[in-house]
Design a protein around this ligand. Sequence first.
Ligand code: AVI
Length: 322
Amino acid sequence: MSPRPLAARRQLPESAADANDFADALLAGLRSDPKQVPCKYFYDADGSHLFEEICALPEYYPSRTELGLLRRHAAEIARLIGPDVGVIEFGAGSSDKIRVLLDALRPRAYLPVDISGPYLRSIAAQLRSDYPELAVHPIVADFTQPLSWQPFTRGKRAGFFPGSTIGNFEPEEARAFLARTAKLLKGSGLLIGVDLVKDPVTLHAAYNDRAGVTAEFTLNMLERFNRELGADFDLAAFRHRARYNPMAGRIETHLVSLREQEVRIDGQRFPFAVDEPTLVEYSCKYSVPEFVRLAVRAGWRSARIWTDAERRFSIHFLTDAG
Ligand code: AVI
């Protein structure tokens, strides 16, 4: 029996990334040399929950360091952003960080933008019940792409982009994203978390935790392709590999094929050699001056920077360069 067309067989992902884009991105990525798949496909409901688990791991310092910085400087942050704003958050991760900001800032509205619809709705429901005064308007969209939506909030806006998710863009894409947000947030500011360059041992541990949650998170992408696109990846035949590349200043995460094998997707065959890596994520690290230069090139002004005592993580408040 010939395989049914992909569009008929696959279960549509409930997310901003249209099912065809999702399939096309995977097929194009597996045809390219070297193979690569965009890291945004980590975040189905299971992937989002696994990422929450990563954030609580002892080795994964970025989340708790950033949360500590937000708590310590919440009053000053709220003063700098000012009253009566609509906060647009790019990506809705664990709600701990936004809660610190909401408590200090008491904004008029909260607009989380995320690719995963179900996850976004569950976060929005929790916040509506805990902050009854707050207008919560979730936006299911892929913020890595040029903006196809207009935030539906009047008056002053502020952007919030925590977690060093900016590090998942390559520097030129990061500049383009910052330039788009500078236009969207004209006249206001962007609060953004940026992980700092540091010793490779700490970085390596953060992406290779002993409990294996990060490996599970990486492999979940293949499970998602099997479930939603009818692929036949054998999860036991791939392993997670995350290494720090000191020249590029980034963690490079790959799925490595453990044997010579063929994977079928939509009737097409994709050969994998033994040890062949598929790139699934960059996590770029910046020094403070490097990030400031990038933001300024994108049309922002650096208004304030906070770092922890060990200089592991930074939070930047960027304002309109005018
Ligand atoms: C979401 N992003 C900033 C995380 C990072 O550190 O690059 C995703 C992650 N991947 C593995 N661990 C965490």
